[in-house]
Ligand binder design. Structure first.
Ligand code: TNX
Length: 512
């Protein structure tokens, strides 16, 4: 009797309290984090963001000031306050503080402690701090309620990624996408702790990167796209700008020149790259597998050398992607010879080789990686030859596959990929004998035969992208569709806030 009397007013108070704060979970473990962190601990208090909140950054560490500014901007726009940043020599008593220290969780790991006065984010490197900052931003609502202080649930997050390579690919060859569009994609990846953007820079329909020693590649080869539109290309300056922008978000650009097949744009630009010495016509359809460089001409080798040299010089990241897929009109021996020569050129210019799984038919140089998209035998052969594997199984990870039979964009040759199907797979269980140790990471490619602009791109990318990010970051033991779909549902508000045109899958209980 006694206890019940005491209990009722408490229950009422809790009810009233929770009714007043519907937006922000006071329990950090209930926040809708994507990717799900390794460990989240609840401490049940709140940090209040006010106009006196300062984002401090450890002085003398490159990159931290930018991360602090980014956080101050974001928290400022959410709360409607002006938040300042400041360099710090030692840990402050209050505010938000970013520092690099060895947390034992690797360079991309971080440890975040949210107290009621002080939030510290310790990253194993600036990238780790950046990921900690992204996690913190997911612990606050998209917008603070009018007239209410922005509060953050207290607790601790310890976190690090499962895989080192977490990325997406954008095909800018079939349809061209502007520098601005590519930057928007980079922002999307950064929000979800992805660290790689692979750009498919050449294909039958278009050549998209300026090569100064072969100017016709862009002049002719860059002049159209699928459907006959005007196409386009990046000057080296524009490309360098993309690379720099990506670096600021801890994203590595992997350039791809697809060869010896998928090369009609180059073959139309330079007659001498063809075995018969005649330039081909530009191509604006969507067939694959009909083109090939003339692999036994010395000029072809010179061409590849020049292209790799110029593009490698614009590439601070370790990888150069040589394509190698669907070379159906290249004789097998010519293909093997060509892929082996190209690998040596890539090494000569200081880059590591990556190619689609077909390249495993050739000998592979040290440190090479094969990108599994369709062929299990090629992939196991690659591993047997010492390569590591980037996981992009078409039937699960292709962003150009339709969601279902009603999707008006995209293709379906690898099946339909609804949001649950995109999420419920484990990279270490895709190819028999290819285990976590063999796997570099996960990449979701967006081919753009049917994707003509940024709105269409967003529709295919969202809401599947956060799932691929989680597959790359979060250990399988912490992944489960039933709980993921609730977290994803909450991100609908974030997509809307960014004006992302996303697919409202009926499988996700959207909360708005
Ligand atoms: C296969 S995936 C291709 C691309 C197409 C894609 C369309 C791969 C290595 N090659 O050339 O764009 O299918 O889904």
């Amino acid at each position: 009797m006694h206890t019940i009397v005491k209990f009722i007013p408490l229950a009422l108070t809790l009810l009233i309290l929770s009714a007043c704060t519907p937006e922000q979970p006071a329990d950090l473990t209930q926040a809708s984090f994507i990717p799900q962190p390794v460990n989240v601990i609840y401490t049940g208090d709140a940090f209040k963001v006010s106009s006196s909140t300062v984002v401090y950054y450890q002085s003398g560490v490159e990159g931290l000031q930018n991360i602090a500014s980014f956080m101050a901007e974001q928290l400022g726009s959410i709360s409607g306050l002006t938040i300042n940043t400041q360099a710090a020599e030692s840990e402050p008593a209050r505010g938000i503080c970013l520092e690099v220290s060895n947390t034992g969780a690797g360079p991309e790991g971080y440890e975040m402690v949210i107290g009621n006065k002080l939030i510290t984010i310790k990253g194993g490197s600036p990238a780790g701090c950046f990921y900690g900052a992204q996690t913190l931003l997911q612990a606050v609502p998209v917008k603070a309620d009018a007239g209410e202080a922005l509060t953050i649930a207290t607790g601790t997050v310890s976190d690090y990624p499962e895989y080192a390579y977490r990325g997406a690919m954008l095909d800018v060859a079939r349809h061209f996408f502007s520098v601005e569009d590519v930057k928007r994609v980079i922002d999307f990846l950064a929000m979800y702790k992805m660290n790689t953007l692979h750009l498919h820079l050449s294909d039958d329909q278009g050549w998209r990167i300026e090569i100064k020693s072969w100017p016709m590649l862009t002049e002719i080869g860059g002049s159209t796209e699928v459907g006959g539109g005007e196409g386009g290309f990046y000057t080296q300056e524009q490309y360098a700008d993309i690379v720099k922008y990506a670096q600021g978000k801890y994203i590595t650009i992997v350039p791809e020149i697809d060869m010896p097949g998928h090369t009609n744009a180059a073959l139309a630009s330079y007659a001498e790259l063809n075995c018969d010495g005649k330039a081909t016509e530009l191509y604006t359809g969507i067939e694959v597998g009909f083109s090939t460089l003339c692999t036994d001409k010395e000029i072809t080798c010179q061409f590849v050398d020049d292209v790799v040299r110029e593009l490698a010089a614009l590439t601070p990241g370790p990888w150069f992607h040589i394509g190698g897929d669907e070379s159906h009109v290249t004789a097998h021996d010519d293909y093997v010879y060509f892929i082996e020569r190209v690998q040596d050129i890539v090494l000569k210019y200081g880059k590591k080789v990556i190619g689609w799984d077909e390249i495993a038919n050739a000998s592979l140089v040290n440190g090479a990686a094969v990108q599994f998209w369709a062929n299990v035998e090629n992939t196991t052969m690659g591993v047997a030859k010492g390569a590591r594997v980037l996981m992009s199984p078409a039937a699960r990870a292709y962003l150009d596959m339709q969601y279902d039979s009603t999707t008006h964009l995209g293709l379906n040759w690898a099946g339909y990929i609804e949001v649950d199907h995109a999420y419920t797979w484990d990279p270490a269980n895709m190819v028999e004998g290819v285990t976590k140790e063999n796997i570099l990471g996960v990449e979701a490619p967006l081919w753009t035969e049917t994707i003509t602009n940024i709105d269409e791109l967003e529709y295919m990318v969202f809401p599947r992208l956060p799932g691929y990010a989680e597959i790359g970051w979060t250990t399988p033991a912490l992944r489960d569709w039933e709980t993921y779909k609730l977290r994803l549902a909450d991100h609908g508000k974030r997509f809307e806030n960014l004006e992302i045109d996303f697919y409202r899958s009926p499988l996700v209980p959207w909360t708005d």
